[in-house]
Write a protein that binds this ligand. Sequence first.
Ligand code: AMP
Length: 175
Amino acid sequence: MKPDLKYLHDNIRDIPDFPKKGIIFKDISLLLQDPAAFRSAVDGICRNYQKKKIDAVVCVEARGFVLGAAVAYKLNCGLVMVRKKGKLPGRTFQVTYALEYGTDTLEVHRDGIRPDQNVLIVDDVLATGGTVAAVCRLVKKSKANIEGAAFLLELEFLNGRKKLSSCTVFSLLKY
Ligand code: AMP
């Protein structure tokens, strides 16, 4: 069934000036709290991939885990966690990427993703694209194939897709 996009939009609230002045934070808490909206969001993402063979969903903390886990369950595939530096106990691949001020480092377990796998990257928001571009670089270190990157919502005015030109991007809701 097609998701009711208006219902989903209605369950995402704008929080102005969070986490800092000038940013309009897209808060998905209400959507996650509402069983119909949560289900519809996950189903709406998954219907694009039901005919593809996805071996693993790769997602990044923290809200990416929430959506990614539900998507992986529905697609009947595994889940791989990408975490901030220092959180994963095993041997890792790392990438460092630029933030507005400074840099951040993401890690994935070296044995988390196999080279023969077809993976789907899932996150809540596509903003500037820097985070998921870094996740793509991590997946490439594992030599796996990236089937695509899926987002609950995309802030189109930030042109995040430009940074993700090497993979197919899907977003359920656009702002
Ligand atoms: P970016 O790397 O700029 O694409 O930012 C992506 C990450 O930052 C996502 O994982 C989001 O969780 C978070 N994020 C960025 N901008 C927003 C926003 N306006 N509202 C909510 N989350 C955001």
